[in-house]
Design a protein around this ligand. Structure first.
Ligand SMILES: *Cc1c(COP(=O)(O)O)cnc(C)c1O
Length: 369
């Protein structure tokens, strides 16, 4: 039995007729960039995420850049964000000439610790950028309070968390903006790149809409320097089909997480914690293990794929050396990088495959106990 970390081909085959028809409809329409297919998807995503407005862009990275730009973030501004996330989060900050300022994570949830973030606020801080890592919402209440108290912009990187909720409210209901990625392996994945900025603020909506189209204010009129970052109609049509299945797929991920919680209870794995207000959608099912690398080899020998998200924290990456951080600055992020292992949790798995993963880990821990 083999257990893949993702299986996009099997997913396509399960909805092939609808996807093929949707793509053909776009090809026959002649509308390939923005247009009615993108607008329909924007409406569907806004409704699904509880946000007033959704603006389709080229990628999750661009969704962040445009959200930050629309919030007025620029040179000299500090943006507080975790060092344990995908690099795009801080890359977006850096591209605007602003400075990423790191705050360590909570070891139980892997999410930026609001108390650590509060301690990093200075007179130059302009925004907070928490990440809904692995599919679990960052603490919406704590960050809303912090942003209000210090007059900061609040942008959530929700790339991994479409479908997640906080105190029962979906992720688009909070902050100044929330960003999504439709990278193919995300919970809602396109067949190419795509992303969206969500906001409940009309001014921000209009700015992001303008920025994605060269800073255009009307026909060939440009009020500011913009970007070329638009969602295309083929991806929008694919995503519209998949959005209908997303609730079911996210439920399957949560069920797989429950099977793991039972199946791994007697192993040395430290299981992922779900914060009380959060409803996790398990973009990744990430455990900690004292012998992570050896366990990973053992799993590979049993044909079980696994992933390390992330093997190295961002504060010690060469590209960000100018920020002046040292190893040891964020001990929890660094420890997570040594201990985390993501197990297959995608909706296409069978119970037997998950039992196989659990048995393989049990075997490993038993042999070494
Ligand atoms: C995937 C991801 C992004 C970037 O999305 P792209 O669509 O690949 O540009 C940003 N932040 C996080 C946390 C991600 O997981």
């Amino acid at each position: 039995m083999t257990v893949p970390l993702a299986d996009l081909i099997a997913q396509y085959e399960s909805i092939r007729d609808e996807i093929d028809a949707a793509i053909r409809e776009v090809l026959l329409s002649g509308h390939f960039i923005l247009g009615p297919f993108v607008e329909e998807l924007e409406g569907g995503i806004a409704a699904f995420t509880g946000s007033d407005h959704a603006i389709g862009v080229n990628s999750g990275t661009d969704a962040l850049i445009l959200a930050l730009a629309a919030c007025g973030i620029g040179p000299g501004d500090e943006v507080i964000t975790p060092p344990f996330t995908f690099v795009a989060t801080i890359e977006a900050v850096a591209h605007l000439g602003a400075t990423p300022v790191f705050a360590d994570i909570d070891p139980r949830t892997f999410l930026m610790d609001p108390a650590a973030a509060a301690a990093r606020i200075t007179s130059k801080t302009r925004a907070l950028l928490p990440v809904d890592l692995f599919g679990q919402t960052a603490d919406r209440q704590a960050y809303a309070e912090l942003a209000a108290r210090h007059g900061l912009k609040l942008i959530y990187d929700g790339a991994q968390a479409i479908g997640a909720t906080y105190s029962g409210a979906p992720i688009g209901a909070f902050g100044d903006a929330t960003t999504l990625s439709f990278f193919p392996t995300k919970n809602l994945g396109a067949y190419g790149d795509g992303g969206m900025t969500l906001t409940n603020d009309e001014t921000l909506r209009d700015r992001v809409r303008s920025l994605r189209f060269h800073g255009s204010g009307g026909a060939y009129e440009y009020s500011h320097v913009g970007y070329c970052s638009r969602l295309d109609a083929v991806q929008a049509a694919v995503l519209r089909v998949k959005l209908r299945y997303l609730p079911e797929w996210n439920r399957a991920r949560r069920r797989h997480a429950e099977l793991y919680a039972t199946g791994l209870a007697k192993t040395r794995c430290v299981l992922p914690a779900e914060a009380p207000a959060a409803h996790h959608v398990y973009h990744q099912y990430t455990v900690r293990h004292p012998e992570r690398d050896r366990l990973r080899t053992h799993l590979a020998e049993a044909d079980v794929q696994s992933g390390i998200y992330y093997p190295s924290p961002l504060h010690i990456q060469k590209a960000y050396a100018h920020l002046g951080y040292q190893p040891g600055d964020f001990p929890e992020a660094e420890r997570a990088c040594r201990e985390v292992l993501s197990l297959p949790v995608h909706p296409g798995l069978t119970d037997e495959q998950i039992h196989h993963v659990c048995r393989t880990i049990e075997e490993f821990d038993h042999d070494r106990a």
